[in-house]
Design a protein around this ligand. Structure first.
Ligand code: MN
Length: 252
């Protein structure tokens, strides 16, 4: 649906409100895709949710020396902010995802909706990425997650090796993921661009990502230049395993 039709259907046309509802509604509740309720369906046509850039939860410099402050600032404030802005713009051009949370949008994605695909994926992927890193990091997987890692990969060292290899070998820009499949088993996969394993209508392995590494050059090039392997090794040292464990438990 085009924006004009959308406005007509929602009764906004001709009321002097011929502006994007996303610019007009600064008082909308925050939707980062992970913590908000879908309050859309009350009989009226629900509007698309308005997504906002989540805070990092730590300072730009706090992941040093693994990831430098300037990379973090540009990555969060420019790249991620851009995905959020373009996602909201893309959602204004169709009614297909009205009222849907981010995970629902990705699960119901029409792969031909490239604006929603690239920017919805970009918003989800980066929101996860900031959370699965922690200043200091350095912890190890424990408990049920460790059991699942050992069951799927043999040892946690073998997991790190396979995950790192997946991230290293992703050609061009993309992501490597640790996911929980429909059978509740862990698996590793990688996706190009801003695709992710929640996009069941996009070809590839599907599941719920619980750990992800951004291997776009913008994630590491300022500090590591072409040394993607060094960035991956540093990333593995700052993984927030408590967060990954919580995400794993959330899939059970
Ligand atoms: Mn990125």
């Amino acid at each position: 649906m085009k924006k004009r039709e959308f406005l007509k259907l929602t009764g906004m046309a001709g009321a002097g409100l011929m502006v994007s509802p996303f610019i007009a509604c600064n008082d909308q509740p925050e939707h980062t895709g992970s913590d908000a309720e879908n309050t859309g369906h009350d009989g009226a046509t629900p509007a698309p949710l308005v997504f906002t850039l989540p805070d990092l939860g730590y300072a730009f410099y706090e992941l040093e020396p693994a990831i430098d402050a300037q990379t973090m600032e540009i990555h969060h404030d420019k790249h991620h902010a851009g995905y959020v802005k373009k996602l909201n713009a893309a959602l204004a051009e169709t009614s297909d995802y009205n009222g849907m949370e981010l995970e629902q949008i990705l699960a119901n994605l029409n792969p031909d909706h490239t604006g929603v695909r690239n920017n919805g994926g970009g918003h989800y992927n980066h929101s996860l990425y900031w959370k699965v890193m922690a200043p200091g990091g350095g912890s190890e997987p424990t408990g049920a997650l460790l059991d699942a890692i050992n069951s799927a990969f043999g040892t946690s060292d073998a997991f790190v090796e396979q995950f790192s290899a997946s991230a290293k070998s992703r050609f061009g820009s993309g992501w490597a993921w640790l996911c929980v499949g429909a059978d509740h088993k862990l698996f590793i996969t990688s996706t190009p661009n801003q695709d992710n394993p929640l996009m069941t209508n996009v070809e590839g392995d599907h599941g719920t990502p619980i750990l992800g590494i951004d291997v776009w050059e913008h994630a590491y090039y300022l500090h590591y230049q072409n040394r993607r392997a060094d960035y991956i090794q540093a990333f593995m040292g700052i993984v927030n395993w408590n967060e990954v464990s919580q995400r794993f438990a959330g899939t059970m």
